[in-house]
Ligand binder design. Sequence first.
Ligand SMILES: Nc1ncnc2c1ncn2[C@@H]1O[C@H](COP(=O)(O)OP(=O)(O)OP(=O)(O)O)[C@@H](O)[C@H]1O
Ligand SMILES: [Mg+2]
Length: 230
Amino acid sequence: MATTLNPIYLVGGSKGGVGKSIVALALADYLQRRNANPVLVETDTSNPDVMKAVHGEIECAAFDLDEADGWIGFVNYCDAIRGAAVIVNTAARNQAGVARYGATLASTLDELGRRLVVFWGINRQRDSLELLREFGATFPEATTHVVRNGYFGTADKFALYQDSNIRKSVEAKGKSLDFPDLADRVSDDLRSQRLSVRKATQTLPIGQRAELLRWRALYDAMFAGVIGDA
Ligand SMILES: Nc1ncnc2c1ncn2[C@@H]1O[C@H](COP(=O)(O)OP(=O)(O)OP(=O)(O)O)[C@@H](O)[C@H]1O
Ligand SMILES: [Mg+2]
């Protein structure tokens, strides 16, 4: 039953630089190619990098989740675009705002007819896990998947997470995922040229495009394991 509800995919992690933006870009590309009609909610108001990359291709809106007002706008927006899958790119500094105002969203999910699916990016340090515990307290109903970002090493290097209690509670409902590492040369192009993945597959030189497609096939498999084809 719950799986038929239109999702809000929140890409979190709270820590700076864990790969929230690149996972959000990959997710936008994945959903776009499956005609899931994604829209992007950009909440990184100081560096709206994902919005800048995808705004020509998918509908975008920006809200400041540090403020009560931003959460109200965000919830109203989710209501206004009921047919769409919502991708939320969060900012590192949003954690305090989530704890303070996140209930604005949590308490309206039923009425919105939506479920919250979280992709929580982690690196190999402890703080990403502690922040996830805090986040989970605000959104107990969410399905959370932890995303081990291959940029920081292979899955076996995430020993802290592997041995943690939080992994057990995540895997009771969600999954531990491995997000593939993209060659620096290509991720630098994405970043500096503000490219969406789709645009990059059309404009980058052949060598970079080959690497991009290799990477895309890997994250397609990752998302397919938890989202399916819709
Ligand atoms: N899987 C990956 N493959 C290649 N590069 C990566 C990967 N993950 C992260 N990076 C690189 O690491 C840097 C930080 O990634 P990103 O901007 O996605 O993190 P973030 O969590 O959104 O950071 P911020 O908190 O600043 O918003 C970027 O330069 C990005 O290209
Ligand atoms: Mg970011």
